[in-house]
Design a protein around this ligand. Structure first.
Ligand SMILES: *Cc1c(COP(=O)(O)O)cnc(C)c1O
Length: 377
């Protein structure tokens, strides 16, 4: 048996919708399928404004423009995240203040944020790791007290929620990813959620190369022109059509993944009970989307041996992230504030097991059987 780490989601209607886009005679951005995705995302999350983008990285870059990040500003985020979280803000001249994560959820430790705030701080960027929400009540309260933006890196968190509110719609801006490794995909792509409609017009301008083309198309102005900074952040209709086939009924993918997650959890629980492994922790008030199933081994050495053992048995399991503060660019553009108690230690122990739409029970049984076998010897 060969089990990949990921298979891109494909439900069946993707080609039909892509053909429809071609027949519509419009394959550039903001046609019918872009619009259908926008309204579906707004309905799913409760956000007043959703815009598809060419990636989550680009949605984060748009947020950095919308927050008016400029050289000298500081932005607070965890070091345990993907490079794009930091890059989007560093590219606008911000210096990054990394704070430690919580051991249980691997999310930013909300109690360490305040000591990283200075008079230069402009934004907090919580990352909902594995689709499990950060402690947003506390984070939003700190942001309010210090007059800071909150930009959610919700790359992994579509269909997750915190106390009943959708991830991505908790902060000022929220960024989703539709990369092929995420729950819902268009190959490469993403979306930006905007909580305050006051920012909607500017977001459309930034996404359309700094022009007011969207207002022109709606007939609100009689010619369009260059009015602001921006780039080309809107995806083609072909990609939007592929995505729409999955967003139409998001529960198909969600329920399939939750079932895989629960199967892993049930079979690996005995190893957790005997203290050999740690399994993901989901706080009571968080609904998650089963983006990931990870385990934590007692040490890095054991983790690396387990990766090798699973590989020899045809199973691809992977780890991430190299903490950003220890990466060359992280040292240049950022700084770790306080003590690195968990970021490095916990990321060294973490291992992600195969998880994708359509993963079979037999495949999960096989992966778990091999993990049990590994720990017996
Ligand atoms: C996947 C991911 C991104 C980047 O998404 P892209 O769509 O590939 O740009 C950013 N942040 C996190 C936490 C991610 O998991």
């Amino acid at each position: 048996m060969k089990i990949p780490f990921n298979r891109p989601p494909f439900l069946g209607k993707e080609f039909e919708y892509m053909q429809e886009a071609v027949k519509n005679g419009r394959i550039c951005g903001d046609g019918n399928f872009n619009k259908k995705c926008h309204s579906t995302l707004q309905n799913l999350t409760g956000s007043p404004k959703a815009l598809l983008t060419t990636s989550c990285t680009h949605a984060l870059e748009m947020s950095a423009y919308l927050c008016d990040i400029s050289p000298g500003d500081e932005v607070i985020m965890p070091s345990f995240t993907f490079v794009s979280t930091a890059n989007a803000f560093a590219s606008r001249g911000a210096s990054i203040r990394f704070v430690d994560i919580r051991k249980d959820t691997m999310n930013i430790n909300e109690n360490l944020i305040e000591e990283a705030i200075t008079e230069k701080t402009k934004a907090i960027v919580p990352v909902h790791y594995a689709g499990v929400a950060c402690e947003m009540d506390k984070i939003l309260q700190i942001a309010k007290e210090h007059n800071l933006f909150v930009v959610e890196d919700a790359a992994q968190a579509l269909m997750s929620s915190y106390k009943g509110i959708s991830c991505g719609n908790l902060g000022d801006f929220g960024a989703f990813s539709f990369h092929e490794t995420k729950n819902y995909s268009m190959g490469e792509g993403g979306a930006l959620l905007i909580k305050n409609p006051m920012y909607a017009d500017r977001a459309e301008i930034i996404r359309e190369k700094g022009t007011n083309r969207c207002q022109f198309h709606r007939g609100e102005i009689d010619k369009y022109t260059w009015v602001d900074l921006g780039s080309s952040y809107l995806p083609s209709e072909l990609n939007a059509a592929y995505l729409y086939a999955q967003l139409e009924d998001p529960n198909v993918i969600l329920n399939n993944r939750l079932s895989s997650f629960n199967t892993y959890q049930t079979i690996l629980q005995p190893l957790a009970d005997s203290g050999i492994l740690e399994l993901p922790y989901i706080p009571e008030h968080c609904n998650h989307n089963a983006h990931m199933f990870y385990i934590k081994t007692p040490t890095k050495e054991i983790r690396d041996k387990l990766i090798k053992f699973l590989g020899e048995n045809g199973i691809l399991a992977v780890f991430h992230y190299v903490p950003l503060h220890s990466a060359p660019a992280g040292k240049h553009f950022g700084k770790f504030i306080g003590e690195d108690k968990f970021t490095t230690k916990e990321s060294d122990r973490l291992l992600r097991l195969p998880m994708f739409y359509g993963l079979t029970k037999e495949e999960i049984y096989f992966v778990c059987e091999k993990i049990h076998e590994f720990f017996k010897s």
